[in-house]
Design a protein around this ligand. Structure first.
Ligand code: C2E
Ligand code: MG
Ligand code: MG
Ligand code: MG
Length: 286
């Protein structure tokens, strides 16, 4: 009967729900011990200046090698870390690890100009982020100007005044701020004027069809012009093809980042790439 079928569907549904709740709980438990068990690794992806093809910086991207499951995407575990409050500890670990890495690279004579670290909304609004960042910079000896913090527009949804105050505090340390995934949030353009930021990163979803979709081309071009007029550096993320690079260069985008240049790589693999990109007149891309 229909009722029986409905009941079957209901049981199937609750079983799935329970399984996913169980999977989430298991992830939460594993995540809780991941730092202690040294399962995190920071990968790095280069950004380059379009005008010169030279390295402009790196973005740090967290990787979790979960036992028995291999690498889990940050898209899966960062939200869990946020909801459970574990993001505070994890985020602090990432910042410290990145700053230590900068010092290690300096000692090897291959210094990335700046390294960007992603901050989640909860990290920004709940922790004592300014204090945490200041302590880690002092402890490791990294000059503040070599650190960029990337935040998404969702931070602003928690309250504009608070966001401006927090970001101003961080800026006063000398650390740079970038708006990540720009164009995907809900914020109005007027906030850009009030925010103490250095750069904006055009979201990958606009870059993907830039050479075939006139709307994406128009949006990207408009963001580049607006950024320039506001005195902000504009970075395109997710650049995968030479055609996309050509479009962005023709429209005077400042920097690009994407698989065309390199996927995110572990520290040992990024060193030769940095050396190659640091050289003036390198030709791999041009
Ligand atoms: P995001 O900050 O926007 O980072 C860019 C993401 O796009 C990265 O994914 C990167 O691997 C990917 N990507 C770069 N170039 C290309 C490309 O050409 N094509 C394509 N298809 N993808 C490209 P990933 O590493 O999986 O990270 C996903 C997101 O997880 C990040 O997005 C960021 O929001 C978050 N995340 C990563 N590491 C951290 C961290 O340490 N802390 C926090 N709070 N969030 C992090
Ligand atoms: Mg980012
Ligand atoms: Mg992004
Ligand atoms: Mg993103």
């Amino acid at each position: 009967s229909a009722k029986a079928r409905g009941g079957g569907a209901y049981h199937f549904f609750t079983k799935m729900m329970n399984e996913s709740a169980a999977a989430r709980l298991a992830m939460e438990n594993d995540l809780r011990d991941a730092i202690k068990r040294e399962q995190f690794e920071v990968y790095y992806q280069p950004k380059i200046h379009l005008a010169t093809g030279r390295l402009s910086g790196l973005e740090a991207l967290l990787r979790w090698n979960r036992p028995g499951r291999g690498f889990v995407s940050p898209m899966q575990f960062i939200p869990v870390a946020e909801e459970t409050g574990l993001i505070g500890k994890i985020g602090e670990w990432v910042l410290r690890r990145v700053c230590q890495q900068i010092i290690e690279w300096d000692a090897q004579g291959v210094s990335p100009v700046v390294v960007a670290v992603n901050l989640s909304t909860r990290q920004l609004i709940e922790g004592r982020i300014t204090e945490t960042v200041a302590n880690i910079l002092r402890e490791t000896g990294v000059p503040p100007s070599r650190l960029v913090l990337e935040i998404t527009e969702t931070v602003l949804m928690q309250g504009m005044n608070r966001a401006v105050a927090l970001l101003s505090e961080i800026r006063r340390l000398g650390v740079q701020i970038a708006i990540d995934d720009f164009g995907t949030g809900y914020s109005s353009l007027t906030y850009l004027k009030r925010l103490p930021i250095n750069s904006i990163k055009i979201d990958r979803s606009f870059i993907r069809d830039i050479t075939t979709d006139p709307d994406d081309a128009a949006i990207t071009n408009t963001i580049i012009l607006m950024g320039r007029n506001l005195g902000l550096r504009v970075i395109a993320e997710g650049v995968e093809t030479p055609e996309q690079l050509e479009f962005l260069r023709a429209h005077d985008c400042d920097e690009i980042q994407g698989f065309l240049i390199s996927e995110p790589r572990p520290p040992a693999e990024i060193v030769p790439l940095m050396e190659q990109l640091e050289q003036a007149g390198q030709t791999a891309l041009y």
